[in-house]
Design a protein around this ligand. Structure first.
Ligand code: AMP
Length: 529
């Protein structure tokens, strides 16, 4: 693929317009860095936001990841910060991110866009050495990129002076809300100088975010772009309906029969991420896990290995579903149907990027019927269904949630009973044959390894009643909404770092309803099954 075609497809994917970056008032250095990054035209959010930010005005941005919003605030910030100097222990700007991964990604983009400037930055995220972060802060920094918990930890140690903060960015505000970070954010804002420029980005506008916007922003300019309500055109997505106890086998069959170069496999709950990863490893697949309970160093190393394609398969919770920009991924597998329909779009949008074809498979059990129906409503089409040879397909249940939940429990129990039976390990010779393929699984058509229909040594981890009780107390709001416990990333320190399934109800902005909240999703081109 030529660079031009790549750029052209990037442009189509992020919805760029025909306006040029040079029309937006950015400096020559920033324009050079943007050109080096291969961007040929600004995306709609960049086109709208950059001139506003450059004027120093507060802004309320209705945009989510995938729209190019990071550059919409980092590019003008670089130019604003280029004039002025840091003072010891002082920060000149602060970007708050809900997850460590997003913070790292923003820091990486700062590096790319600021390559022709000499701006200093500090990345303050949990799970990494606090002493090292203190050291970086000592001479003062132009940009602080932080998750709220670690930021407050360092502030309380007296390591950051905030009197010089001129720009505050609150990114993914609705996600901060979902993750319980708003009290921390409010505290941080109360520590900052009143005279500052504040940029608040959110994909949806629940009443709590509207309240925050009113409290934090002064005469803001509201800019908004459509959320990605439809999957990227280059992704062909299909649905496989199976019985709950056949999901792992269905996944293995798909991994073997598809030409998988690199794939994300999504689970809704972090405990299932590890279980599924272990199970796939036992079958000889080269796979790693990524979720919010892992130590940060391991998370970073795992992501880096996945980006390098050293590990072709990554089982992940939604921490990887949103925002993360991983190139050249051939496949996405939803081992669990996402509870929020938007997450379906985000998850499968991890593939089919940069002009490459992507394939997405969703494994649904009967009780997922309601979630599949919600996805179909959002993307305005049904997900085409396919049957897997040798696996019986099942019908989706469209019953009420309550009934389904009860059934889910009994299914889980039934599944656990089956899977905890002692099983023979797979035949090592068969495993060796399997490892010739990417991800390791056996070639289609080859004989099924022993233990195929009953996963070897797999057991469904069941949290102790005490542990479940304690966790349930920490997550009442989510449970009230969805009845399932999502991956929220664990909280070894204050900053929880994972994305979770969330109920997002765009609520409007009083007199300032952004247009994107009022527009129906664009029509979807129906794909052939
Ligand atoms: P974001 O929404 O900020 O996470 O950006 C999503 C992806 O779009 C990232 O991979 C960016 O590198 C890319 N991107 C941002 N702006 C542009 C642009 N103007 N042209 C092409 N790609 C872009």
């Amino acid at each position: 693929m030529t660079t031009d075609r790549l750029r052209e497809s990037d442009r189509a994917q992020t919805g760029q317009t025909r306006v040029n970056f040079s029309d937006l008032g950015l400096s020559r250095e920033v324009l050079r860095a943007v050109a080096d990054a291969g961007y040929i035209a600004p995306t709609p959010i960049q086109e709208q936001a950059i001139p506003v930010v450059l004027t120093g005005r507060d802004m309320l941005g209705g945009a989510q990841t995938g729209t190019g919003k990071t550059a919409s605030f980092t590019l003008p910030m670089i130019d604003i910060l280029a004039t002025g100097r840091v003072k010891a222990r002082m920060a000149r700007s602060l970007i708050l991110e809900p997850t460590r991964e997003l913070a790292m990604q923003v820091a990486a983009h700062f590096e790319i866009y600021g390559k022709y400037h000499r701006l200093s930055k500090a990345l303050l995220i949990g799970g990494t050495s606090i002493n090292e972060q203190e050291r970086v802060l000592d001479p003062g920094v132009d940009v602080l990129i932080a998750t709220p918990g670690r930021f407050l930890d360092l502030f309380e140690r007296g390591r950051i002076l905030l009197a010089d903060v001129k720009i505050l960015v609150i990114d993914e505000a609705d996600r901060m809300l979902d993750m319980g970070f708003i009290p921390d954010v409010e505290r941080i804002v109360s520590l900052l100088p009143r005279i500052r420029q504040t940029l608040l980005f959110t994909a949806t506008m629940p009443p709590e975010i509207r309240r925050l916007a009113a409290a934090f922003l002064i005469n803001p300019k509201a800019v908004a772009v459509d959320p990605p309500a439809h999957p990227a055109e280059k992704v062909s997505d299909v649905l496989v309906t199976v019985a709950p106890n056949a999901k792992r086998e269905a996944l293995r069959r798909l991994l073997r029969s598809e030409k998988v170069k690199s794939a994300l496999i999504f689970c809704n709950r972090k405990r299932d991420v590890d279980t599924l990863c272990d199970s796939l490893q036992r079958y000889g697949f080269s796979v790693a896990a990524l979720h919010g309970d892992m130590p940060q160093a391991r998370r970073t190393a795992t992501l880096a290995a996945f980006r390098r394609k050293d590990i072709p398969l990554l089982v992940a919770s939604d921490v990887a579903g949103r925002g993360l920009d991983i190139k050249d991924m051939s496949h996405v597998f939803n081992f669990d149907v996402p509870i929020n329909p938007e997450d379906y779009v985000h998850r499968i949008g991890r593939t089919g990027r940069a002009g490459l074809e992507g394939r997405a498979f969703t494994l649904a059990t009967p009780e997922d019927g309601k979630y599949i129906a919600a996805i179909a409503r959002l993307i305005r089409r049904d997900i085409p269904r396919i049957d897997l040879p040798g696996l019986s397909s099942v019908e989706l249940d469209s019953g009420k949630v309550k009934r389904r939940r009860r059934r889910r429990k009994s299914n889980d129990r039934a599944g656990a009973g089956r899977e905890t039976r002692p099983e023979a390990r797979p035949d090592p010779a068969a495993q060796a044959r399997e490892t010739g393929r990417v991800g390791g699984g056996a070639d289609p058509g080859k004989s099924t390894p022993p233990g195929e229909s009953r996963p070897p040594g797999e057991s469904r981890p069941v949290a102790s009643a005490g542990a479940r009780g304690a966790k349930a107390q920490r997550e009442p709001a989510h449970r009230a909404r969805h009845g399932r416990k999502p991956d929220r990333g664990g909280k070894p320190d204050r900053d929880s770092t994972d994305d979770a399934a969330r109920g997002k109800t765009p609520a409007g902005l009083g007199d300032h309803v952004p247009a994107f909240l009022l527009q129906p999703p664009p029509a979807i081109r129906r794909k052939k099954p």
